[in-house]
Design a protein around this ligand. Structure first.
Ligand code: HEC
Ligand code: HEC
Ligand code: HEC
Ligand code: HEC
Ligand code: HEC
Ligand code: HEC
Length: 264
């Protein structure tokens, strides 16, 4: 009896494994994240090891307040989950999260106590993975008036910015360098190797609302026309345009947003 149980369990495990491996190859192993989960990053280099809940960082709230370049250029956050190596000590020195979460720009680890009152700890608002936290911001309430999109956060972020529903801060006092106005090219057209697919139009203007030149050049794209050779498969795998699209910017499932072929 025990033996049959063992073999059945083993067989089941192998089947689950095979399905997962197969699905992985096709790229749909991961369940599509819900709107409020899209672009959330769980940071857990040190938390669990130090017996505190891992950190959940949300892009939907922060990108409604700041441009990408404030964090990814000025504050030097890596564009890779866990890639920065943030510690509580570095935060307390005013780096990374602590550049804002210092009790001035945003809540700090502890709220100052008024005389006699106990200080309120804010640890769980960041260290929230698996915890039941009373957040100040709730996704669906906070974003209910934003223009909709089908995938990703379900939000058309470009439109939200254009229609002034959000105002992006592009400067942190004492930290951000002065933004120079650099001449940038206009639009680039990519012709897909599959002639049935509409052309892709890449707009420097639309990207410049959020991202700085150094976020893309030279690490992701060469500034030399014709030197960037990549495929859709690599984009789906998180490279080139997929460095941002499919992770934080609109989803790679939204084919028509890139494959637009201009109407003449
Ligand atoms: C603004 C967000 C934020 C707040 C508030 C915050 N932390 Fe953290 N903390 C982090 C991040 C990010 C890390 C890095 C997490 C990782 O890699 O596991 C971290 C790491 C830690 C670690 C792991 C060990 C180490 O030294 O880095 C401990 C312990 C910790 N925090 C304790 C606390 C305590 C206690 C509080 C409340 C008094 C607190 N944190 C408040 C963001 C925050
Ligand atoms: C308030 C700061 C902040 C802003 C604004 C911000 N990010 Fe991030 N971003 C982070 C942090 C923190 C991480 C996680 C880094 C880590 O874990 O070390 C991250 C991670 C990422 C990742 C990797 C995600 C993954 O799953 O691996 C991408 C891609 C990214 N950001 C793109 C963007 C884009 C595009 C924008 C603008 C639309 C943006 N970020 C705005 C702080 C920010
Ligand atoms: C560029 C500034 C900036 C940086 C950097 C930043 N934040 Fe924030 N964050 C804010 C602001 C502003 C708010 C809104 C605070 C408020 O209204 O009380 C906020 C709110 C939050 C909230 C929402 C809490 C709630 O109760 O709803 C979380 C969680 C959070 N931040 C985590 C982080 C973590 C973790 C990091 C670092 C990985 C980080 N933030 C880095 C500016 C920043
Ligand atoms: C979101 C990513 C991204 C950002 C941000 C970005 N670029 Fe680009 N850039 C590209 C891509 C993609 C190309 C097209 C390369 C190709 O055609 O192979 C390009 C091409 C270029 C070219 C060559 C164009 C030509 O016609 O020869 C220059 C010059 C350039 N970028 C400068 C800039 C400057 C200056 C900024 C900042 C103001 C900037 N870029 C911001 C992605 C970006
Ligand atoms: C550094 C991050 C980053 C990279 C790399 C990047 N994008 Fe974007 N892109 C954004 C952000 C941020 C937006 C604003 C909208 C959003 O986040 O959903 C955007 C918007 C767009 C839009 C505008 C959609 C509209 O509604 O008008 C198009 C099209 C687009 N990207 C195509 C591309 C293509 C094609 C590439 C690769 C050649 C690329 N992007 C690379 C960050 C990036
Ligand atoms: C973030 C922008 C973006 C999105 C979203 C996007 N594509 Fe693409 N796609 C590109 C770019 C850029 C190329 C051109 C690559 C090159 O230079 O050949 C491309 C090329 C292709 C090609 C030609 C073959 C190849 O590998 O180059 C096919 C087929 C394709 N895409 C299908 C799709 C489908 C299907 C979807 C939606 C599920 C989609 N794409 C979503 C940017 C995008």
């Amino acid at each position: 009896m025990k033996k049959i149980m063992f073999i059945t369990t083993a067989l089941l495990c192998i089947m689950v494994f095979m399905t997962m491996a197969f699905a992985d190859q096709l790229g749909f192993r991961k369940r599509r994240p819900a709107y409020h989960e899209y672009a959330n990053v769980v940071i857990n280099n040190f938390s669990a090891k130090n017996k505190i809940a891992p950190v959940v960082y949300n892009h939907w709230l922060h990108r409604s307040k700041y441009t990408c370049r404030v964090c990814h250029l000025d504050l030097k956050f890596a564009m890779k989950g866990g890639g920065t190596g943030i510690t509580e000590e570095s935060n307390n020195k005013g780096l990374y999260c602590g550049a804002c979460h210092n009790g001035k720009e945003a809540f700090g680890p502890e709220e100052k106590a008024e005389s006699g009152e106990k200080a309120r700890k804010n640890c769980d608002r960041c260290h929230s993975y698996g915890e039941n936290v009373d957040f100040k911001y709730r996704f669906y309430r906070y974003t209910k008036d934003y223009p909709r999109a089908r995938f990703g956060n379900g939000i058309d972020w470009l439109e939200a910015e254009k229609s002034n529903l959000i105002q992006l801060k592009d400067h942190l006092e004492g930290i951000s360098s002065k933004r120079e106005t650099i001449k940038k090219p206009g639009e680039e057209t990519f012709k897909p190797k599959e002639p049935e697919m509409p052309d892709i139009i890449f707009s420097h203007d639309k990207h410049a609302v959020w991202s700085g030149c150094d976020q893309c050049h030279p690490a992701i794209f060469s500034e030399k026309k014709g030197e960037n050779k990549f495929t859709m498969e690599e984009i789906f795998a998180g490279k080139y345009c997929g460095t941002c699209h499919g992770k934080v910017s609109f989803s790679t499932l939204d084919c028509q947003k890139c494959h637009v072929k201009r109407m003449l």
